[in-house]
Design a protein around this ligand. Structure first.
Ligand code: DQA
Length: 146
């Protein structure tokens, strides 16, 4: 059974309240419940862990903790996506397959969101699919050879 971490970064604890026109009306808790329910419904052979932090260092520590413990990571790094070389280095340090997810279509928004500094160290980037993007990311990780 693959062990996968679903990690959300800064401000994603505010889902449901935060700009619902952009991010939808689901709370983070609802979103995580949806992902867990989908994994069960699709009979995915996977153990999921959910984690959110507003702090870069805490996210980096959590990524390091995954070394030797997880088989894949679904990561919505929030705004850190656009400038955190430290998170990028953490992903490449642990060598665990990681899929980058964004609820919104970052390429259709402000210019600063078009750049992802983590894209090159991730297997894929999924954006603009809302919560379904997390399911797509999960599928990619489950299809990945160990
Ligand atoms: C986001 C997009 C980022 O640009 C933004 O800073 C977020 C959320 C998304 O899920 O669409 O916090 O990652």
């Amino acid at each position: 059974m693959k062990k996968i971490l679903i990690m959300n970064g800064p401000n994603l604890n505010m889902l449901g309240i935060r700009e619902p026109g952009v991010y939808g009306s689901m709370s983070l808790g609802d979103m995580n419940d949806f992902i867990q329910a989908q994994a069960k419904e699709q009979a995915y052979n996977v153990e999921l862990e959910f984690f959110q932090s507003n702090h870069e260092g805490v996210m980096i520590d959590k990524l390091h903790e995954c070394y030797g413990r997880k088989d894949g990571i679904v990561l919505n790094a929030g705004a850190y996506t656009h400038y955190s070389y430290a998170i990028r280095d953490a992903i490449s340090s642990i060598g665990i397959p990681c899929v980058e997810v964004h609820l919104s279509d970052i390429h259709a928004r402000e210019g600063f969101r078009h750049v992802s500094v983590i894209q090159e160290v991730c297997l894929a980037q999924i954006c603009g699919m809302g919560v379904k993007g997390y399911i797509e990311a999960l599928k990619i990780l489950l299809e990945e050879e160990k």
